[in-house]
Design a protein around this ligand. Structure first.
Ligand code: GLN
Length: 281
């Protein structure tokens, strides 16, 4: 097995993803055992030799390595990504949840729990990772809604909500379209990469992740403009809005939000980069 792992690491070296070999080996063992992804990870990484992989698993492992060598993200290959300690099913219809977005969930959950807020709307929900984590973390929430323009994303998010036992009402629509009424808390991780920067994204993102979840228009701020303009009429008094932003968009998004009358500040992520715009009414 050690040799197989070494072969995988060497094959993945040119794509800079050698560290995924062990994960893909564990996932191949899981695919054959039928026990669900995540089962074998610890055993594979901690054992030097064993009979964990039978022939079928070795075939699967090799196919996984070849896909990863062509830059397909590991999360799409194995079909699952962990976020806030929760497993989310992912495929090419949704952006893969990023650790950066956990900062947004932590800020929003601290606000919801601290103030005992009871209603949430998550727009541009994608895999549903923000809405579902908040629904599960914040017992005081009585109602949660989530929307996306993409029907494929909505299907994925609904499945994730079901699998994780999170009760969420899903709506199809552009931003606030589809949902009705006002909410205590609004969250969003909208597309925010400027169109001209899409071509310079790493191949695992550019070739495999949904571009409509990434492309934020000419200056990357198009979604924030529309969100800032409409959010006030959808937030309850004393409510809060939490928007993920690009590392260099803090000032511009603060200006937009303050221009619409919000009190706003930026929260940095674990790499000390601007990551979440927090806005209050
Ligand atoms: N953080 C993502 C990336 O850099 C972008 C997410 C988004 O546009 N909402 O690939």
């Amino acid at each position: 097995m050690r040799e197989l792992l070494e072969w995988g690491r060497a094959t993945l070296k040119p794509s800079g993803s050698s560290s995924d070999a062990a994960l893909l080996m564990a996932a191949a063992a899981d695919a054959v055992s039928g026990k669900g992804v995540g089962h074998e990870k610890v055993r594979i990484i901690s054992s030097n030799s064993s009979d964990l992989l039978d022939e079928r698993a070795i075939d699967i492992y090799e196919s996984y390595i070849m896909k990863r060598a062509r830059h397909e993200p590991a999360a799409y290959i194995i079909g699952v990504k962990e976020f806030m300690g929760i497993n989310f099913l992912v495929d090419g219809r949704v952006l893969i949840p990023r650790p950066d977005t956990e900062t947004l969930v932590e800020e929003a959950s601290a606000f919801i729990i601290g103030k005992g807020k009871s209603t949430l709307l998550d727009i541009c929900t994608g895999s549903g990772c923000i809405a579902i984590s908040l629904r599960l973390m914040c017992k005081c929430l009585k109602y949660a809604a989530a929307s996306d323009l993409s029907l494929g994303a909505l299907e994925a998010a609904k499945r994730n909500a079901q699998l994780n036992g999170a009760s969420i009402n899903f709506f199809q629509g552009d931003l606030f379209e589809g949902s009705i009424g006002t909410f205590d808390v609004i969250t969003a991780n909208p597309p925010y990469i400027p169109t001209s920067a899409i071509g310079s994204l790493p191949p695992n993102v550019k070739l495999y992740e949904p571009l409509n979840a990434l492309d934020g228009g000419e200056d990357g701020l198009g979604f924030y403009r529309r969100i800032a303009a409409h959010a006030k009429s959808r937030l309850n008094k004393g409510g809060g809005m939490f928007l993920e932003i690009g590392f260099d968009q803090g000032e511009a998004v603060l200006d937009l939000l303050r221009g619409e009358g919000f009190k706003a500040h930026i929260k940095k992520d674990l790499s000390n980069l601007d990551r979440v715009a927090c806005a209050f009414v």
